[in-house]
Write a protein that binds this ligand. Sequence first.
Ligand code: GUN
Length: 284
Amino acid sequence: MAAQIISGKALAAQIKRRAAEEAAQLKEQGINPCLAVMLVGNDPASEVYVRGKQNDCHECGIESRLVRMGESASQAEVLEQLSLLASDPSVHGVLVQLPLPAHIDEQAVIAAIPPEKDVDGFTPVNVGRLAIGQPCFLPCTPAGCIEMLKAAGAPIEGRRAVVVGRSNIVGKPAALLLLRENATVTVCHSRTKDLAKICAEADILVAAIGKAKFITGGMVKPGAAVIDVGINRGADGRLCGDVDFEAAAEKAAFITPVPGGVGLMTRAMLLCNTVQAARMAAGR
Ligand code: GUN
């Protein structure tokens, strides 16, 4: 079976066009959508991600502000900067790039983001709202995964979904979103027994492990939809996902590529959330 490749390129471009249109409409009404990103320390991957987010904002006519702090910034200093962004009415979205330096309590910082500016959907309030089915900002990566499944026409309702990985950023919210779409959801992790067998039962397999090519062809059910959230460097130095793409594509009905898959969607969904935050702040 040759799988249909769900490219993030066209879909992310379409979502970005819509975000740009909405940003332009808000500007006509005197509202200038603005995302503030806090970057603490010198993590090279974070530098790349943050630059990408700023470029995306620029492309879509969304203002972006960068608050940069050194590796040795104290938690109190980070919280102080955050409180300035929290109370600034010209800032609609606030994002703290993770990971933070080890001496800073990540959860305390996330909890200080006002829920109505939490465009990552990481605050306890938004996570709680997602869990109980209330309107909230959806975390960008899992929301992008669902958009990809829907765009490809891969059925979700009533299907067996298996999420491999239980991070707060991807695995847990992905499971909640799939549940909201009426999938039957299993979350697997490093202590799961019979992982390969459980994966092979999945109609929808979401790989969010962080290990290059961890999901082999034998772990993919014929006809499954495989969503690869991983971004890794393979042994050959090239970017690859958590899924052995060639082997899985022979079995799956739908599969996302790396690069050019979920990563692009994550970035696009952040723009949607930022425009939504600006709209909400204006009471629209
Ligand atoms: N670090 C890795 N992914 C993310 C993300 O989606 N949001 C933030 N804030 N930090 C990250």
